[in-house]
Design a protein around this ligand. Structure first.
Ligand code: NAD
Ligand code: WQD
Length: 334
């Protein structure tokens, strides 16, 4: 079962699952996505999946799904993800992300399903004093309700696993997912004005937005702009399949960073996008965005060793695939 499977990362993961021969049941309330993503997933791979429109906080729907289908494991993407919105509407974030995960785990327990892969985030590390970030770094204090909801879910899953050894949980800490499937048929389709860098740049490139605002050029980084570990969404999706395999022989909580191990600055991303698209991106420099950290990149060694997984797609591929998706789908899935 894939919760949040019509969303950006979930849809790419559904495609990988189908291509690898899994049968897939998706549960999504479509609060931030369109069912068209899954129509396209089916078109790309020529296989179909089961879609149920519903909410992870709805116990009856969950119980019905577990009764009807022989679910082996749950990949849990469903949740709200906007940092800025979480500051304005914290209760929505705790209710969906934390409450939703409690509800899901209760239904899993009732059904006797104990394998769970959870979409966590590098935000749980807070602001580490050193780079790259490995899994044994202490978790920090995220600067917003979204980040705290992820950290709370992680802590809850630790408690749950400690209470019952049948649980087998993967906490996948994503760095910055970007890009799209090479077909250009599925990709990221943000509602409203994007918060994240790549969707913003792509919309400037097609003329929907006037110019990029770079939040700060006075960090102590190579060119003064923020540094992040951008990871291709298909590499990320493949990481979920590797984690799922690993859970066959592991119990308790397993934490894996999913990143490339390379950090790029905002200006490097702008240049790489310009090169891949042939379009120039106008920008202005503005003050730092509150809550942002200077740099954040992964040490992905643990996932390499334990999952035999490595991110394979380079920066140019990330940019080319982002651009192909944007140019072919100017209004997203609409
Ligand atoms: P997304 O918004 O595209 O996908 C999330 C999906 O969950 C959407 O389809 C939405 O409709 C669904 N959903 C939300 N609340 C639900 C509920 N209560 N019941 C059922 N469905 C619900 O986001 P994404 O970028 O694909 O992210 C997937 C997961 O990965 C999220 O949990 C997110 O917090 C996490 N994550 C994302 C990033 C990122 O930068 N995209 C980074 C780290 C972690
Ligand atoms: C990247 C860099 C910005 C937009 C967020 C969440 C994190 C995770 C991924 C879910 C930073 C700069 C951005 C713009 C800019 N999400 N930037 N102008 O902030 O690293 O991570 O998304 O878990 O929790 O916090 O990603 O893409 O917003 O920013 O200059 O218009 O681009 O300052 O240096 P971030 P991002």
């Amino acid at each position: 079962m894939v919760t949040g499977g019509t969303g950006y990362i979930g849809s790419h993961t559904c495609l990988c699952l189908l291509e690898s021969g899994y049968s897939v049941v998706v549960l999504d309330n479509l609060s931030n996505s369109s069912l068209e993503s899954l129509n396209r997933v089916e078109k790309i791979c020529g296989r179909s999946l089961h879609f149920i429109k519903g909410d992870i906080r709805n116990t009856k729907i969950l119980n019905d799904i577990f009764n009807k289908f022989d679910i082996e494991a749950v990949l849990h993407f469903a949740g709200l993800k906007s940092v800025s919105e979480s500051i304005k509407m914290p209760l929505n974030y705790y209710e969906n992300n934390l409450g939703g995960t409690v509800s899901l785990c209760q239904a899993m327990k009732t059904a006797g399903v104990f394998k769970l892969v959870f979409s966590s985030s590098a935000t749980v590390y807070g602001e580490p004093s050193q780079m790259p970030i490995s899994e044994d770094f202490p978790t920090g204090i995220p600067t917003n309700a979204y980040g705290r909801s992820k950290l709370m879910v992680e802590q809850m899953l630790h408690d749950l696993s400690a209470s019952d050894t049948r649980w087998s949980v993967a906490l996948l800490r994503y760095f910055n997912p970007v890009g799209a499937h090479e077909s250009g048929l599925i990709g990221e389709d943000p509602r409203g004005i994007p918060n994240n860098l790549l969707p913003y740049i792509s919309q400037v490139a097609v003329g929907k937005l006037k110019e990029l605002t770079i939040f700060g050029d006075n960090y102590s980084t190579k060119d003064g702009t923020g540094i992040r570990d951008y990871i291709h969404v298909v590499d990320l999706a493949e990481g979920h399949l590797s984690a799922l395999d690993a859970l066959q022989s592991r119990s308790g909580v397993n934490i894996w960073n999913l990143g490339t191990g390379k950090g790029y600055s905002v200006l490097e991303i702008v240049r790489a996008f310009e090169e891949a698209s042939g379009i120039s991106i106008p920008y202005t420099i503005a003050p730092r965005r509150p809550g942002d950290i200077a740099e954040c990149w992964a040490d992905p060694t643990k996932a390499g060793k334990e999952l035999n997984w490595h991110a394979e797609r380079d920066l140019n591929t990330m940019m080319k695939d982002t651009w192909r998706w944007q140019i072919k789908n100017q209004d997203g899935y609409k």
